[in-house]
Design a protein around this ligand. Structure first.
Ligand SMILES: [Fe+2]
Ligand SMILES: [Fe+2]
Length: 137
């Protein structure tokens, strides 16, 4: 359906914006910003990442599961990573020095974006363009 393709494209665009924030965060971590300031900035980055992840789950993964039951496993993997990012962020807030957890958060997010862009979004984009009649859909 066109709608899923449209949402996948919007999510790709969000990845581009989020990557810019992630690059900035990486610079801050490397440049010796004090831990308390890093945590504050990380909170803003996390809000943006988590808004994105929630929208993805509700607006894309829910309809994708309905339309393509075979995608269930990969979507579940994506949701597990969303949860992992939340856990790493909570750890970063509690750690005396949040740097290591923030690096993990950035690496995890970058890798996750790549998998979504290469595996999940193309499914929504391509299969929806190909409106082959399937019984039950
Ligand atoms: Fe995601
Ligand atoms: Fe995403």
């Amino acid at each position: 359906m066109e709608e899923e393709a449209r949402i996948a494209r919007a999510l790709r665009a969000e990845h581009r914006l989020l990557r810019r924030l992630m690059v900035r965060m990486a610079d801050w971590i490397a440049s010796g910003v004090p831990s308390s300031a890093l945590r504050e900035r990380a909170r803003m980055l996390f809000e943006a990442l988590d808004d994105h992840a929630r929208f993805e789950e509700e607006a894309l993964f829910v309809p994708m599961r309905r339309r393509w039951p075979a995608a269930r496993h990969i979507l579940e993997m994506m949701e597990i990573v969303h949860e992992e990012v939340r856990d790493v962020f909570r750890r970063a807030l509690e750690a005396p020095d949040p740097r290591e957890d923030l690096w993990t958060l950035l690496q995890l997010s970058e890798e996750h974006f790549r998998v979504e862009e290469e595996t999940v979004f193309p499914l929504a984009e391509n299969e929806s363009a190909d409106e082959s009649p399937s019984p039950g859909i």
